[in-house]
Write a protein that binds this ligand. Sequence first.
Ligand code: GUN
Length: 362
Amino acid sequence: MASMVFTDPSSSATARLLPFTRFSNGVVSLRRIVGPLHVGLLNPTFPRTLSLSSPRSSRFITAAMATEQSAKVIDGKSVAKQIREEISAEVLKMKDAIGVVPGLAVILVGDRKDSATYVRNKKKACESVGINSFEVHLPEDASEQEVLKSISDFNDDPSIHGILVQLPLPPHMDEQNILNAVTIEKDVDGFHPLNIGRLAMRGREPLFVPCTPKGCIELLHRYGVDIKGKRAVVIGRSNIVGMPAALLLQREDATVSIVHSRTKNPEEITRQADIIISAVGQPNMVRGSWIKPGAVIIDVGINPVEDASSPRGYRLVGDVCYEEACKIAAAVTPVPGGVGPMTIAMLLSNTLSSAKRTHNFK
Ligand code: GUN
């Protein structure tokens, strides 16, 4: 979670009137706008059964938007739950067959509350699907050498199949040096330059794809959104989300534009998109006027805004003004409950894939 609290231009009263589940069973029209349904596996490292066994039909976005004033809610929480159940079954199968349990090592440096929460959630998620998790927590003033030593130990440990260094690191550390030290066979975050480089190149396959963008694409797949030939706009160009999301969309044959802080006409460019992935960290930046009618919106932003009516004094909103998007888009992810749960599900998926690959377990 970002550390700043922003003011929300939309009223909290309006937000409370828009329960996320309101249209969860509704049939909303998209086929006319984004073309025929497309089902396909994006990433060969993703367990086949995860994509193929899901009951997709109830989630397909199937009928036309223009006359209906409400977008379908893309329910990341329920998709992630389903994926976790599938992973859980596969973990058990592997344990029974060859006695191997996947293991994830997490390295946390410093005392950022948001990072500590993310790490705690990742460990809890591992536990819930039967993946072993290990944590090294180093103090804020730890040396880069200490982090590198932990990585090296985990690289050499056969019970560890995935290594994650929680970002951001303290400013005195060289992030590039540290991410380069994770062996690419255990790089479940997909941040190693070799994995990113392969993601960027035609005809090359990364061993792992970064979890948040992979979760975004998985949501599009599971909701039957056709990507091929569509205009996609990614808002934000971070190494963790924006850049790999754009590469993934391009691999899926979308025509991709990246909008960033120096883009002169972000609203005009975004309005051309059939698919928007926003990962910019600005609450409600994408207003209704930025959205093409019938677009599909994946909102990665998780931004705290003041809310005196909430017991915590704040609530979480996305980069996209949800109330306005609901009236214009064909489908939209809520915040919370959209992309967030998918990120962790993809981390578990990458860790399971890694263990399977290491032990040649199909
Ligand atoms: N910090 C924010 N998102 C991520 C992520 O996906 N992986 C890691 N390692 N750090 C993060």
